[in-house]
Write a protein that binds this ligand. Sequence first.
Ligand code: PLP
Length: 379
Amino acid sequence: MDDKIWLSSPHMGGNEMQYVQEAFVTNWVAPLGPNVTGFEVDLKLYLNADSNVVALCSGTAAIHLALILLGVSPGDEVICQSMTFSASANPIAYLGATPVFIDSEPDTWNMSPEFLEMAIRDRISKGRKPKAIIPVHLYGMPAKMSDIMAIAEKYGIPVLEDAAEALGSEINGKHCGTFGEMACLSFNGNKIITTSGGGALVAKEKRNTDRAIFLATQARDTAPHYQHSQIGYNYRMSNICAGIGRGQMEVLDRHIALRRANFEFYKKAFLGVSSISFLEEPKGYFSNRWLSAILVNPENGITRETIRLALEAENIESRPLWKPMHLQPVFSSSPFYGGKMSEELFNNGLCLPSGSNLKEEELERTVNVILRVFQKAEV
Ligand SMILES: *Cc1c(COP(=O)(O)O)cnc(C)c1O
């Protein structure tokens, strides 16, 4: 059996250990320290906006804190893109609120502005104005932020961007994570950069990141003893993890270029296969191409599952696109606004190996398995 080809594996740049070692040498082995501060500064400079950044233990924690800061409480409703990873929606449930799911549109596979506005009007007419809107930049492709922000402003609802998959993605030079009131980033093991596990909250207003730090460190009031007037969390990033993050920031742009090259490789390889298609960048859009995804038209009998199983038989990992949240048993009672777009994407979409550390021969092995599936079908 050939070596396993992973969907998206960690890719160290080389200097990570230096930062981690520094943490050991100076004994900053704690959920705070110079690496945490340094990593936050690196992220802030990279996003190149008047953003404030707090490093946290996960992207999920960032969404949870952001929703608290936006005042989401039990009984509230929060609008969320349906096609996403469950971590976009779970924190809504942590707070006793209800997610209202929105279908995707075909240009970016992200939140449909039309269905978003339809949902807002309908919820308002029922006396249930949503507390926040969570669009997601799936696989690094930015959502239609100008339309979404315009609708959000029209109805006075804050936007929390789920940019967990989109560090480095841009619309007309403006970074994902800097459009909404707040945003989350993720540095989980399979993301474009990793701190083994970690995340960050990005906020336009410093008072929000100040409050996030307070809540993330057990909500301690100022006093010599332990004094608490609110419920707190243990959500800060460790100084060891942040050291990995500082090393990863040095190679982020290189890794984006490599991921984009993977996408181009696949696109070129499948030019002659009419039932495979790709998501192109709308004008002015720049995707970090975190994962390369294909859509498989099942008309001639070959489905994305045929391809997934053929790859699996050759020890190559691939994964269907996210199963929409409105189709998940756990969210079956949540309202949904839309049609069949995200469901069709789930039925026909497949993410191919996309790591920035893939070798050319691994890309070729992957492509050849898929081409063989189609060649076999012709005879
Ligand atoms: C990874 C991911 C998250 C969660 O990030 P964690 O750091 O794993 O908690 C949230 N939303 C999306 C879309 C993700 O892909």
